[in-house]
Design a protein around this ligand. Structure first.
Ligand SMILES: [Mn+2]
Length: 294
């Protein structure tokens, strides 16, 4: 009877989804202007929320229901001016609004350049924070198609104001980006093929991170067998359980202060990917609840 569940993340009743009592805020940002290849990321937030309404809310790994902490689903963030500069201000203000209420904000894109203002909003509140990026692409271009706010540049913007960076699952970058990494890349880049060889990379990533960390997930970091519906898929990506093992460690060993998931471009065939993202978010909420309860 999913159609009778409320249309919020998790399909939660008012007692578990009001803004006042919820620890978590889902912020849908259906913004898409610079996507390179397949369009449709603006439909990502809605597909993720729809899938989440049909998801079991008990977490078998943790033996608890993470929704007990409360998950408020915000209205879609809409844009009166879609220019990249105005996008940055609009997103920063919206995320900052919920951070000022002491909420944990989960931003849902939309295209990956949204992560820059999300990160900035968290840095303003928390001071020095690091960033973990799960992604197929380095996203380290100085500018792309005439703008420094293109999705292909988002990490170049973020690393400049991050107190510690780790890029995980990377398997696609330009020569310019590779040269930049050689010259300036003091942080760990975990190539996707390394992730296939065991969990050894996780120590290296954690060692590079400051106490507070922001997590940004481009869904193309996952293998396209898991998430085929994204703008620029790349073979040989992250698998489900190693990613969860990493995220659980990240939540235990660092203070994760916020997160986003970007670049899902849902279609009617590959709806398993919508469920993957919904479950991923819910798993992280569980890992966060686990550490704050202990
Ligand atoms: Mn990417």
């Amino acid at each position: 009877m999913p159609e009778f569940y409320p249309s919020n993340f998790g399909g939660l009743p008012p007692g578990q989804s009001s803004l006042e009592t919820s620890r978590f805020v889902i912020l849908p940002i259906p913004y898409e202007v610079t996507t390179s290849y397949v369009k449709g990321t603006k439909f990502g937030p809605r597909a993720i929320i729809e899938a989440s309404r049909n998801m079991e809310l008990y977490d078998e790994e943790l033996g608890m229901e993470p929704c007990e902490a409360g998950i408020f689903t915000s209205e879609d963030l809409l844009f009166h001016d879609i220019s990249p500069g105005a996008m940055v201000d609009t997103v920063k203000e919206a995320v900052g609004h919920y951070l000022s209420m002491d909420k944990f904000v989960v931003s849902l894109g939309g295209e990956h350049n949204l992560s820059f203002p999300c990160f900035l909003a968290h840095r303003e509140v928390h001071g020095e924070i690091g960033v973990v990026q799960l992604d197929a692409h380095a996203d380290l271009r100085e500018s792309y198609e005439g703008t420094p706010f293109n999705h292909a540049c988002v990490m170049r913007r973020i690393v400049g104001c991050s107190a510690g960076t780790a890029q995980v699952g990377i398997r696609s970058l330009s020569r310019e980006e590779a040269d930049y990494l050689k010259a300036k890349g003091t942080w760990p880049v975990v190539w996707a093929r390394e992730c296939q060889e065991g969990d050894g990379w996780m120590d290296r990533v954690l060692a590079a991170l400051p106490p507070k960390v922001y997590l940004t997930v481009d869904v193309d970091g996952f293998d396209p067998s898991l998430v085929p519906c994204t703008g620029t898929p790349e073979p040989g990506g992250l698998q489900w359980y190693p990613t969860l093992r990493f995220l659980r460690r990240l939540c235990r060993e660092r203070e994760v202060v916020g997160m986003d998931v970007m670049e899902l471009a849902p279609d009617r065939v590959h709806f398993a990917a919508d469920f993957l993202v919904a479950r991923l978010l819910y798993k992280v909420m569980g890992y966060l609840s686990e550490t704050s309860a202990s």
